[in-house]
Design a protein around this ligand. Structure first.
Ligand code: 3SL
Length: 241
C-alpha cells in the first residue's frame, strides 16, 4: 500500500486515479457524516450545489429525509440542520437519508467520487478506516483534506497524519515503503506532535477559530476525539455513502 496525502482537493493529480480515495473534513463535514451513519442514518448523499440538493431530496418522502446545509460555518436557511454532528442524534436520524451540502467537505468528496473505493474519514472514526485499509490493502490510497476554499487546513492534515501513523505502526511496513509523497511524513510529524492535545491544535487552526467565533466549542471538543465511532462511511454509488 502506498499512501499519498493531499492538503486540498485542488492538489490531487488530474491524470491519475488511486484505488482508494479518502475525503477528510474533520471540522466538520466528515465528522457529521460518520456520526449520522453511526446513529442509524439510512445513507448520506452529498451535493456541492444547494439547488440540486433541494431538487433531488424533494423526490424523497419527507419523513425519510433530512436536509443539512452549511455555508461559511452557518446553517443554510430553510434546512433542518446545519453541519453540527451534535445535532445528529439517533432519535432524529434513524432510518433517514441525510442530504448534505457544505462549503468544502462535500466538494472534496465529489472531487474523488470516481475512485473505485471512496471513504469519508475523521478523527472520530479513524480506527475503522485504518482497519478497512489494513484488511483490503489497496495498492494506492489518497487521503484528501478538504481545506478551506482551496487553502490548507491544519485539522484535516493532522487527521491524515493520524491515519497514516496508525497504518505505519499497525502494518509494520517501513515509512519509506508506505510513503507516496512528502506530505505523508510531514502529516505524521504534525500528528505525533499534537496527538495528546488535538483540541489545542483546533484552537490554533483558522477554521477552529472561525467555529469558536460561531460558539461551536462543543463541536470542536467532539470532533477532536479519536476512534470513538466504529463506522466506515463508504461510497455505494457516486455521491452516496
Ligand atoms: O467546509 C465544510 O465543508 C464544513 O465542514 C465547514 S463547517 O465546519 O461546517 O463550518
Amino acid at each position: 500500500m502506498k499512501l499519498f496525502i493531499y492538503h486540498t482537493p485542488e492538489l490531487t493529480p488530474t491524470d491519475q486515479a488511486p484505488e482508494c480515495a479518502i475525503a477528510v473534513d474533520v471540522l466538520r463535514a466528515t465528522s457529521t457524516m460518520a456520526t449520522v451513519l453511526a446513529a442509524g442514518g439510512e445513507a448520506v448523499q452529498v451535493f456541492s450545489d444547494l439547488d440540486q440538493l433541494v431538487e433531488v431530496s424533494e423526490k424523497w418522502p419527507p419523513e425519510k429525509r433530512l436536509r443539512a446545509g452549511e455555508r461559511g460555518g452557518a446553517k443554510v436557511a430553510g434546512f433542518e440542520l446545519g453541519n453540527s454532528p451534535l445535532d445528529c442524534t439517533p432519535e432524529l436520524v434513524q432510518g433517514r437519508r441525510l442530504f448534505i451540502s457544505t462549503t468544502n467537505g462535500t466538494r472534496a468528496l465529489q472531487r474523488i467520487q470516481e475512485a473505485p473505493i471512496v471513504l469519508a474519514a475523521a478523527l472520530i472514526n479513524r480506527a475503522a478506516v485504518v482497519k478497512f485499509l489494513l484488511e483490503k490493502q489497496p495498492e494506492t490510497v489518497w487521503i484528501v483534506g478538504s481545506g478551506w476554499e482551496g487553502s490548507f487546513s491544519l485539522e484535516d492534515t493532522v487527521c491524515a497524519g493520524a491515519i497514516a501513523h496508525s497504518i505505519w505502526k499497525e502494518s509494520h511496513a517501513s515509512l519509506e515503503d508506505l510513503t507516496g509523497n512528502d506530505e505523508v511524513a510531514s502529516a505524521i510529524a504534525l500528528y505525533s506532535q499534537w496527538q495528546n492535545d488535538l483540541l489545542g491544535l483546533f484552537h490554533q487552526a483558522s477554521h477552529g477559530k472561525r467555529l469558536l467565533r460561531l460558539e461551536c466549542l462543543d463541536d470542536l471538543k467532539y470532533c477532536s476525539q479519536t476512534d470513538i465511532l466504529d463506522i466506515l462511511p463508504i461510497q455505494h454509488e457516486p455521491g452516496v455513502l
